[in-house]
Ligand binder design. Structure first.
Ligand SMILES: [Zn+2]
Length: 214
């Protein structure tokens, strides 16, 4: 069979990985064989009954976990923003759940993102912000990079007067490995525009994020 060569570009990636790179897309059989190797590496027997279908399931699950590579976040925001007559105050979408995988161990980190911005050109449908978070989460990530990428794309497309992002997550690679700090969470933030320039705006954002829900 002829190898399929695809050009992939990791949208919004920072540093050298932002360049396009050539890969030969592995076949389903190759992906399943790799899973069998990892089952052996873990110390199990890939031929036992309970594991017979596991490589196929894992390959399928990977399509789901990492489907963010095939999506273009700019396009999600691009065509949906609407004019807002006179609305100049903060738009805050909080508690957007996400499921990601750390790029160091390919182990899940799970948490919530909160996005606040002051519109200038317009606003986007609230569900679009959740989709942006999802696209970046469904790639191999660090929490820091993901937080910056969400801020970058919103800044670029919406050109808000300010944007604030807060991401809080529990990293299974911390909970399950070595140090085993169960229940500890990591917070990352990005403040741009008025949020960067005015700490009172950061406090307002944080207070709104942490205020009791409805
Ligand atoms: Zn990790």
């Amino acid at each position: 069979m002829m190898p399929v060569v695809k050009t992939l570009s990791v949208e919004g990636a920072i540093g050298p990985s932002a360049d396009k790179f050539l890969v030969r897309q592995p076949t389903q059989e190759e992906a399943e064989a790799a899973v069998r190797t990892l089952l052996l590496w873990a110390g199990d027997d890939p031929s036992r009954e309970g594991l017979a279908d596991t490589p196929r399931r894992v390959a399928k699950a990977y399509k789901e976990f990492y489907k963010g590579y095939a999506e273009e976040p700019r396009r999600i925001l691009d065509r949906v923003f609407e004019e807002v007559e006179g609305y100049r105050d903060m738009v805050l979408v909080r508690d957007i759940p996400f499921y990601s995988h750390c790029e160091h161990h390919m182990v899940p980190f799970v948490g919530k993102a909160h996005i606040g911005y002051y519109p200038s050109k317009g606003v986007v449908g609230l569900s679009k912000l959740a989709r942006i978070v999802d696209v970046y989460a469904r790639r191999l990530q660090t929490q820091e990079t993901m937080t910056a990428q969400i801020a970058d794309v919103i800044e670029e497309v919406l050109e808000p007067r300010g944007i604030a992002i807060l991401v809080e997550a529990e990293h299974m690679c911390m909970s399950m490995r070595g140090i085993q700090k169960q229940g500890s969470s990591t917070m990352t933030s990005q403040y741009r525009g008025v949020f960067r320039d005015d700490t009172a705006e950061q406090v307002r954002f944080f207070t709104m994020v942490k205020s009791p829900g409805m």
